[in-house]
Design a protein around this ligand. Structure first.
Ligand code: ADP
Ligand code: MG
Length: 693
């Protein structure tokens, strides 16, 4: 296999476009892709036809508008290219209109009440900046999804809007620095995707994995991750065959899968692609997650993308590496070597710091979900408190700017922005803070709170919008300045002072940090039920409207959708627990107790001691009773919850009332697992699942 030939072989990318399209058509399509120029229908017709011919050569018979409804996963409806002819045959056809707009029957996607039945139609519109591709005999066309009345129904449209907002404001800043050549600024993402790989037979034998993607029961195995022997360990043959297959599938789709390794927990792995433009990275991450699952099937494996599939060992995240690039190849978070470049870098850096400080709520809630609640704040992922890590070098620079004193002891003069140059920043400081939720890593920020199964769209809509908004206020102030360098210096110093409380270089897992953060007035939103309602806060509606990302109505409906999703997930988990407790664990333990009773009786008849049997009988009977009682309590709570009037109230009810009972139920079940004969236990244990390969 030759990788360069394989790479993007199933993607209708620039090179294929250039090969297959007439010159003028290609040029006018590029104007649409690169500059957002409207697409002429005559051009669309030619593009569609070329795309179809190319796709048919690749074995495609169907096309689909591929979109991202608010479920967080992708949706597709396949139409074939066939068109009947007079003589009873078919030809393969695909028109510009079919390429550009679609009309899936959209009435069953979550819309938070946006779509009344009279306007039930949803439309999809081609996003030409994300390339079409062929997969499993179908031509996939990445699209945005909206309603008849123009309301946005998906995760992609607001992502594109947030990118546009960032572009507009970043360009204003670049012009202030005298840069007239850059035409476009776009955010970039490289997303490190963590996942678990388990034997398919184990998965099939666990209803909790099947229904909820995580184990709701399971006592700790004798071994966990304490030996740290899995992290970067040698990859087992079966897993490495899977990874090889996965890489090839992703390469065909033009995804730059680059790094793969074992993660901290047993059976946990990671895949990182090379970064690319945000909307493409977001689309591609959806394909990565889907392909991970699909390829696992071929290897008799199952891929778990849940944030916390197993209690007691690490969960899975998706590190969101974020920066801003220009069409001229500049990374705006790369510190430069001249005073002007440094000033520009410091201004963009300050904008990110201001954005994070002023919108901790949004960043926190953009990653809030029932699954991710198990991670954030537990001792592995970053805490639920949002803060920024800059590293010692940059903190020292800031310090010298703020105090107007010497930078470090190395004989530097007072730092003056726009006049002095920054000291060399070590690109890859070895003491990079792994515990920080939002860390500067040399030329990009790494947002580490994103959950493994989440769509990248949510958090990146937020990052792009809040940074755009900070840049807007900077541009407004600086555009009127008489002495630009002096104004720049004052602004940066002032903003760093005002937003300095968000900076933290220490251990984010420590209890002292939680206390210190509270003193600083930083938010500590413990769970999704607390965080999500803040989305519809007045401050946030103003922010989204000002930047053209969401309307007030969209914000309100999205808040309800997110809260409802949280409640539905927990409802399914509770129901699954009840079912497993009452129908699997309860009878299994009772049977075992009966065996023990018979044994004890026989032993007694034989005159042998049966003290241990009797103790175990007592203990298991009491625990099984207690578990059953919790299952019934849970049933009662689910009924009681129906009286909660709003999604926010119901979410709070789940967080405060339902989850504690689920935890108790699990505690009894896990205890009994350790006291019950292995052959009687109704499903595979953690040891079976995590150490079977
Ligand atoms: P780690 O040490 O956390 O594994 P790496 O340096 O390997 O980090 O990079 C992780 C990810 O960051 C990769 O996906 C990489 O492509 C991405 N990345 C690098 N530069 C940028 C950038 N300018 N913008 C966005 N992502 C980037
Ligand atoms: Mg990382």
């Amino acid at each position: 296999m030759k990788v360069p030939e394989l790479f993007a072989s199933n993607v209708f990318n620039r090179q294929i476009m250039q090969d297959k399209l007439p010159k003028e058509i290609y040029r006018s399509l590029l104007k649409t892709i690169d500059e957002g120029a409207p697409l002429d229908m005559s051009v669309a017709n030619v593009v569609a036809n070329a795309m179809k011919d190319w796709a048919v050569e690749k074995g495609a018979t169907h096309f689909t508008h591929w979109f991202q409804p608010m479920t967080g996963v992708t949706a597709e409806k396949h139409d074939s290219f066939i068109s009947p002819t007079k003589d009873g045959k078919v030809i393969m056809e695909f028109s510009g209109k079919e390429l550009v707009v679609g009309e899936p029957d959209a009435s069953s996607f979550p819309s938070g009440g946006v779509r009344a039945t009279f306007e039930a139609r949803g439309y999809t519109a081609w996003d030409p900046t994300s390339f079409a591709f062929v997969k499993d005999g179908t031509l996939y066309i990445p699209t945005a999804f909206f309603s008849y009345s123009g309301e946005v129904l998906d995760k992609k449209t607001p992502l594109l809007k947030s990118m546009a907002a960032l572009n507009e404001q970043a360009l204003r800043i670049l012009r202030l620095f005298g840069n007239e050549t850059v035409k476009r600024v776009y955010p970039t993402i490289g997303a490190e995707q963590e996942y678990f790989l388990i034997d398919r037979k184990m998965y099939d034998a666990r209803k909790d994995l099947v229904f909820t993607g995580r184990t709701l029961f399971g006592a700790k195995a004798p071994k966990g991750q304490e030996l740290e022997d899995h992290y970067f360990g040698a990859i087992k043959t079966r897993v490495s065959e899977y990874m090889k297959d996965l890489d090839e599938e992703l390469w065909k789709l033009g995804i730059l899968a680059k790094t793969k390794h074992n993660e901290v927990a047993p059976s946990q792995h990671e895949l990182a692609p090379v970064f690319t433009s945000t909307n493409v990275a977001s689309d591609q991450n959806q394909l990565v997650m889907e392909t991970m699952k699909k390829v696992a099937g071929r290897h008799g494996l199952y891929c778990l993308l849940h944030e916390k599939p197993f209690a007691g060992i690490n969960g899975s995240g998706k590190h969101n590496n974020w920066s801003m690039s220009t069409d001229t190849g500049m990374n705006l978070l790369d510190p430069g070597s001249t005073p002007a470049e440094n000033g520009q870098f410091m201004l963009f850096l300050t904008a990110v710091i201001k954005a994070v400080n002023e919108h901790q709520d949004l960043l926190r809630l953009s990653v809030a979900s029932a699954g991710n609640d198990h991670r954030l704040g537990a001792n592995e992922a970053p805490p639920a408190i949002v803060s920024v890590f800059l590293g010692e070098e940059l903190e020292a620079v800031i310090d010298s700017l703020e105090r107007g004193v010497k930078y470090s002891d190395k004989g530097r003069k007072t730092m003056k922005l726009g006049v002095d140059t920054l000291p060399e920043l070590p690109k890859d400081t070895t003491d990079r803070n792994r515990t920080s939720p939002f860390a500067f890593t040399g030329n990009k920020f790494e947002f580490r709170m994103v959950g493994a199964s989440l769509s990248l769209a949510g958090p990146n809509i937020i990052i792009n919008t809040i940074v755009a908004d900070a840049l807007r206020t900077f541009a407004e102030e600086l555009e009127g300045a008489k002495d630009f360098n002096a104004a720049l210096h004052d602004l940066v110093v002032r903003e760093l002072k005002e937003n300095g409380r968000i900076l933290f270089n220490g251990n984010n897992y420590s209890e002292e940090w939680a206390k210190e953060a509270a003193r600083r007035g930083l938010l500590n939103l413990k769970n999704a039920a607390e965080a999500l309602p803040l989305f519809a806060d007045k401050k946030n509606i103003g922010l989204f409207e000002r930047n053209g990302v969401f309307t007030a109505r969209e914000v309100v409906t999205r808040t309800d959708i997110m809260l409802e999703n949280y409640c539905k997930v927990l409802n399914i988990e509770a129901l699954t627990m009840i079912e497993m407790a009452k129908r699997d664990i309860w009878p299994a333990v009772n049977e075992y107790i009966e065996t023990l009773c018979n044994t004890a009786r026989s032993k007694k008849e034989a005159g042998a001691a049966a003290a241990a049997d009797r103790r175990l009988i007592q203990k298991l009977s009491a625990d099984n009773d207690a578990m059953f009682e919790r299952a019934e309590a849970l049933e009662g709570l689910l009924v009681e919850g129906k009286a909660c009037g709003t999604p926010a109230l119901l979410a709070a009810f789940f967080a405060e009332k339902v989850i504690p009972v689920m935890c108790e139920l699990r505690m009894y079940a896990d205890g009994m697992e350790l006291d019950t004969a292995a052959k009687v236990w109704p499903f595979p244990t953690y040891g079976d699942i995590l150490f079977s390969m």
